[in-house]
Write a new protein. Structure first.
Length: 423
């Protein structure tokens, strides 16, 4: 009891000194614990999104010996789409069609995709035509209601054009455009005008967006059609079964499958952020320990009560134990405060980052059903070696503090006259 009583009296007696040193140490612990929790949560988010991406299989159509793509049968796609383990799917066709429409001229306009057209065709009176299944059209256009005027082209011989193409040709809703070479023109009605982003690989400023029914009807009109498919499965365990069913389908025999490799690009920025956080965490841990040692060294040297209590008759054992208990209570209080504050701070930071990450993934892959990761806070503890860093840091913090205090007391007991000379 006397040790506890002296420890409490020491805390009260040195409260101003503890407040000054504790403020600096609290700041250090906040930085370390915040970085640690942000790193762990970011890692969990990355692993969750990587697991989601692992359920997605993409297929890219290969060209035949003549440099053309084989005919695609949408019925085969519907058969695969209706498999019990297929969660979501998308069928994309791209090509060009002759047209008398004026193509908009925009600065820094880039056309992206899985292929490129010969310059003599794209520079002439040709428009880029993108075909999507109805579900994908709804996903693409209804998610951008503020940028879509009209409706999605779900009926045959309907289309959506870009706002810049409409402006360049003074087109409006319900106008009819002609696609195809002279004598083989196909009439298509404009049911929507949208502002396509050049960040999306499936659209350019001169794209005409149609459904597959319209594309099939315009088979002789659209040139160099190439198809790409995406299937999101309920589990990555179903990939083997899906590949078997995929290869059995006639239309997909000349498709090359891409599984997890496709996601490396869009998740690379997340991986880079995690690596940067880890490096920052290691630096913070090392600097934190050094700064804590320096702060405590200066604080302990300035304390006069060790010498005073020793002269008043307190033995070394009682002095050492009460001072150690005093610092343990101080460390416990600072640590609990740092953990509580850093949890709220890290939740806010990672929450904002997760929202931006979700939006970025949705923009890059709008046809994948990205789900927000659900993180169980208790699951964040002790799941990997990095989760022990916080305990290692606190252990070093405690050992350094107690070591400095006891070394100071031992020096005073061993050489009391030197202490008198300093005074």
């Amino acid at each position: 009891m006397i040790i506890i009583r002296h420890a409490w009296l020491n805390l009260k007696r040195n409260r101003f000194s503890h407040l000054k040193a504790g403020s600096f140490i609290l700041l250090i612990l906040l930085i370390v614990f915040s970085l640690l929790q942000i790193y762990r949560m970011a890692t969990v988010y990355f692993l969750d999104y990587r697991e989601q991406a692992a359920t997605v299989v993409k297929g890219v159509q290969e060209l035949n010996q003549t440099g053309q793509a084989n005919k695609m049968n949408p019925t085969d796609y519907e058969r695969l789409k209706n498999l019990s383990y297929v969660k979501k799917s998308q069928l994309l066709g791209q090509g060009i069609a002759a047209s008398t429409l004026v193509q908009p001229k925009e600065k820094d306009q880039t056309t992206t995709g899985f292929y490129s057209f010969p310059p003599d065709q794209t520079n002439g009176n040709y428009l880029s035509v993108t075909m999507l299944d109805n579900d994908s059209l709804k996903t693409l256009l209804t998610n951008k209601k503020e940028k879509l005027q009209g409706s999605a082209p779900l009926k045959e011989n309907t289309c959506v054009i870009s706002r810049s193409l409409a402006k360049a040709n003074k087109l409006k809703l319900k106008d009819t455009i002609l696609l195809g070479t002279k004598g083989q023109e196909q009439k298509v009605t404009i049911v929507g005008i949208a502002e396509f982003s050049t960040a999306e690989w499936l659209t350019t400023s001169s794209t005409v967006l149609i459904n597959w029914k319209t594309g099939t009807a315009m088979e002789g009109t659209i040139l160099q059609t190439i198809s790409n498919v995406m299937f999101q499965l309920t589990s990555k365990k179903e990939i083997k079964n899906f590949v078997k069913d995929f290869k059995k389908t006639e239309s997909f025999k000349d498709f090359s499958l891409i599984s997890q490799g496709w996601s490396q690009g869009i998740l690379q920025s997340v991986k880079d952020t995690i690596d940067l956080l880890f490096n920052g965490l290691i630096v913070a841990l090392i600097l934190g320990i050094v700064l804590i040692a320096v702060i405590y060294q200066l604080t302990v040297k300035r304390r006069q009560d060790f010498y005073t209590l020793y002269l008043m008759g307190m033995d070394q054992r009682t002095l050492a134990l009460s001072s150690s208990l005093e610092n343990v209570m101080l460390i416990l209080g600072i640590t609990l405060a740092a953990v509580a504050i850093s949890q709220q701070l890290s939740k806010w930071i990672t929450g904002e980052w997760l929202i931006k990450l979700q939006k970025s993934l949705t923009d890059q892959e709008p046809f994948v059903d990205w789900l927000f990761p659900h993180v169980d806070q208790t699951a964040l503890w002790l799941n990997s070696w990095s989760d022990y860093l916080g305990f290692i840091f606190l252990g070093l913090y405690l050992v350094i503090t107690l070591l400095l205090v006891n070394l100071r007391i031992a020096k005073i007991v061993r050489e009391p006259l030197q202490e008198v000379a300093k005074r």
